[in-house]
Ligand binder design. Structure first.
Ligand code: KG4
Ligand code: ZN
Length: 347
């Protein structure tokens, strides 16, 4: 077999993603998002997401096959997100992937979603140097991972002890009366504000916290601090300086994420940092990271925005690496694992 032709399905949260890759080459990446259906609830409603996956899967698959000009019979294998994620949402993708595998007789790999976020950069920037450090920041996860071998050895270095970074954006947006998802709107509002006007706390950065949580994150205190600031201003009848609050909040998030990611690279003597997840699109995170990485001699890799957020190509590319590495397929009798640890690359 040359470079394996792999179909990837992703349904762990609110995006139905179908991707097709040949080795490290992206052939198709079709995504149907149910985000609009969650807007009025201010966050993802699992049952709504599951139903949306059911409706979107077949048309999204058809679009991907057409875009890549590939027939199911040509595939070398199928990969699907096995976890972590929402149980009801994962089950839809896994059932579809098993049906496709059974009908076509192709091997099937159940893949770890987080590993997909790390591996997807291969499609944009070629093979990942090993070891690399990965910073994953999205609505559902905030983790620092040491990647010694994408198909065999990934070690968690740190993660959030409460809210995910994107979740904090979404909650702060709500406190400011801004729409969901909060990341892009806060990013835009912050561009008009002064990041130094209000100083919000930096989670887990005190000397005592660093002893136990050097590479862990916490955004819950920051979120509460912003909410209190807004409430107090409202009680006092002051107009809320939305741009300054957004800029101050964003500065705290970017400061902590970049400081800890670079510290992890330095401590582990790793010179490549790959970032992924929806928050990796954040303008301040990117500019501050570029500055600090250059000072520390670390190269930053970030896939294009459409590959940073949840998609099927990220699952397909991990499937292609697993196939190329000779890792045994998962068979047909595995289930969804909402809490799949990142150390389990395939199930
Ligand atoms: O990776 P993603 O699409 O889905 C998962 O959560 O897995 O990430 C979505 C998150 C949301 O919380 C959204 O507010 C955040 O990414 N986000 C951003 C930006 N764009 C999206 N956060 C900060 N700045 C942005 N520009
Ligand atoms: Zn994700």
């Amino acid at each position: 077999m040359g470079e394996p032709l792999i179909l990837g399905l992703e349904t762990s949260c609110d995006e139905t993603g179908v991707g097709i890759v040949r080795g490290g080459e992206l052939l198709a990446n079709e995504v149907a998002s149910s985000v609009d259906e969650h807007v009025r609830f201010g966050g993802v409603v699992p049952e709504v997401a599951s139903r949306a996956h059911l409706q979107a899967l077949r048309p999204t698959l058809q679009r991907a096959l057409a875009a890549a000009d590939v027939d199911l019979s040509e595939l070398d294998g199928i990969a699907v997100t096995a976890g972590p994620g929402l149980m009801g949402a994962l089950v839809v993708g896994i059932a579809a992937a098993k049906a496709l595998a059974l009908a076509t007789g192709k091997p099937l790999w159940g893949v770890n979603h987080l590993v997909g976020h790390v591996g997807v950069d291969i499609l944009d920037h070629g093979p990942l140097p090993e070891p690399s450090m990965a910073l994953l920041v999205s609505g559902g996860h905030t983790s620092l991972l040491r990647v010694d071998d994408l198909t065999r050895s990934i070690t968690p270095i740190g993660s959030t002890i409460d809210d995910a970074a994107g979740e904090a954006y979404d909650k702060v947006a709500r406190a400011l009366g801004l729409p969901y998802p909060g990341g892009p709107v806060i990013d835009a509002a912050a561009a008009e504000g002064d990041p130094k006007a209000i100083r919000f706390p930096r989670g887990l950065t005190s000397r005592r916290d660093l002893e136990r949580h050097r590479f862990d994150f916490s955004f819950s205190g920051l979120k509460t601090s912003v909410s209190r600031w807004v409430e107090t201003a409202e009680l006092e009848g002051r107009e809320i300086p939305v741009a300054d609050v957004a800029a101050g909040f964003q500065e705290s998030v970017a400061d902590v994420l970049t400081a800890k990611a670079i510290d992890a690279c330095t401590e582990q003597q790793i010179s490549t940092l790959v970032i992924g997840g929806g928050v990796a699109a954040n303008s301040r995170l990117r500019s501050l990271l570029a500055e600090r990485a250059a000072q520390a001699g670390v190269e930053v890799r970030r896939p294009r925005p459409g590959l940073c957020t949840d998609n099927g190509a990220m699952i397909a590319v991990v499937g292609a690496r697993l196939a190329a590495a000779g890792i045994a397929p998962s068979g047909l009798d595995f289930g969804a694992d909402p809490g799949l640890p990142v150390t389990r690359i395939s199930i």
